[in-house]
Ligand binder design. Structure first.
Ligand code: NCD
Ligand code: ZN
Length: 343
């Protein structure tokens, strides 16, 4: 049997929610990853260090007994964030970044930033304190085609941010287009990107061809095949600017399977296994360890993990659903066979 052993990986972008959903999903993340960057888009959002520390405690309570997992907390940037809070965040050993959501871009982003130029003084403070800025890079203009929103964000906002704050460490989260890949490649070493499993495995036909499949709907929306190919090339290139971030975003099944379903793919149940599939198909399994276990830690200036995980090439079937009290979460690739399994 074919096996692959790599240093324990980290997930540099995940949503674990709180309450009952947290209890269902956190064991999945903690089984595969040593650490994860925890997104702050709760309701209400996590905007202060004090809130992040309380949320961290709730996450720690959800780790299964004997588990070894470290949540890396982030704060939600709003128009009311203060320079004092940025300094506090930079000084906290548990807070590792700020997240910028353009207001209205995605799930739970209504408290996000409506005017990006207006938060430039805050970006200056982050640059000075050397705390990374994580960006959901999509414009929210209703007149902009949903498939163009990432490209247009790069042109109208991201270029300006990078020019004005040349030393700010930025992660362009969940890149989905050739243009985003090229932008990150052309930037300095302070510019990096995460890539999700769904954007590496699927193109937009997965959502729309032969029937509408809400479990493939996430934001930024999955694009054309040419973009998927650019993402696979970037992820498997060994370029340390690109690293693993699942954007696993659980929603209970009835909120996905409805007339106006929520954005978000749930992938934490099989994250590393899904990435292994991508790297195997691209004949690049030797590049998986850098992408999953080294480059993110290096960018965040955290030590690389010790210990290893082993994947074996043995087929298994993803469950139809995972229970949350009397409800369920439907995972990516539900009822389908995956080729790689973590031991
Ligand atoms: C995320 C969520 O559900 O929190 N959804 C998504 O489609 N990715 C929000 C986000 O990261 O955009
Ligand atoms: Zn996300």
């Amino acid at each position: 049997m074919k096996t692959l052993t790599i240093t324990r990986p980290d997930d540099w972008h995940t949503h674990v929610r709180n309450g009952a959903v947290l209890k269902t999903v956190l064991p999945h993340t903690a089984r595969q990853f040593a650490r994860a960057i925890i997104m702050p888009n709760l309701k209400p959002p996590v905007t202060t260090v004090a809130q992040a520390l309380a949320y961290r405690e709730e996450i720690l309570q959800a780790i299964p007994a004997g588990g070894d997992f470290t949540p890396l907390m982030t704060l939600y940037l709003t128009g009311s964030t203060t320079a004092t809070e940025i300094k506090k965040a930079a000084e906290s050993e548990h807070v590792h970044a700020f997240k910028l959501y353009p207001a209205g871009a995605t799930t739970h982003s209504d408290s996000g930033v409506a005017d990006i130029k207006a938060v430039y003084p805050l970006l200056a403070a982050m640059e000075k304190q050397d705390i990374p800025l994580l960006i959901h890079g999509e414009v929210t203009d209703q007149n902009c085609d949903i498939f163009d929103r990432e490209r247009v964000f790069i042109e109208t906002h991201l270029s300006g941010i990078v020019e004005n704050f040349p030393n700010l460490r930025i992660v362009v989260e969940h890149v989905t287009t050739t243009e985003a890949v090229q932008f990150v490649q052309a930037g300095g070493n302070n510019i990096a990107a995460t890539i999700t499993p769904q954007h590496l495995l699927f193109n937009r036909n997965a959502i729309l061809a032969g029937g509408i499949r809400p479990h493939y709907y996430c934001l930024p929306i999955i694009k054309r095949e040419q973009h998927r190919l650019a993402l696979v090339a970037a992820a498997t290139s060994g370029n340390p600017k690109f690293f693993l971030g699942t954007d696993s975003a659980p929603h209970i099944t009835p909120l996905k399977e409805t007339a106006c379903g929520c954005a978000g793919c749930y992938s934490a149940h099989a994250a590393l296994e899904l990435y292994a599939e991508v790297f195997d198909r691209a004949d690049s399994l030797d590049k998986l360890e850098g992408f999953a276990s080294f480059y993110g830690a290096d960018f965040y200036r955290l030590p690389r993990n010790s210990g290893t995980v082993t994947l074996e090439k043995t087929p298994w079937t993803v469950p139809a659903a995972y229970g949350v009290n009397e409800l369920t979460i439907t995972p990516l690739q539900a009822n389908e066979e995956l080729n790689w399994k973590m031991q």
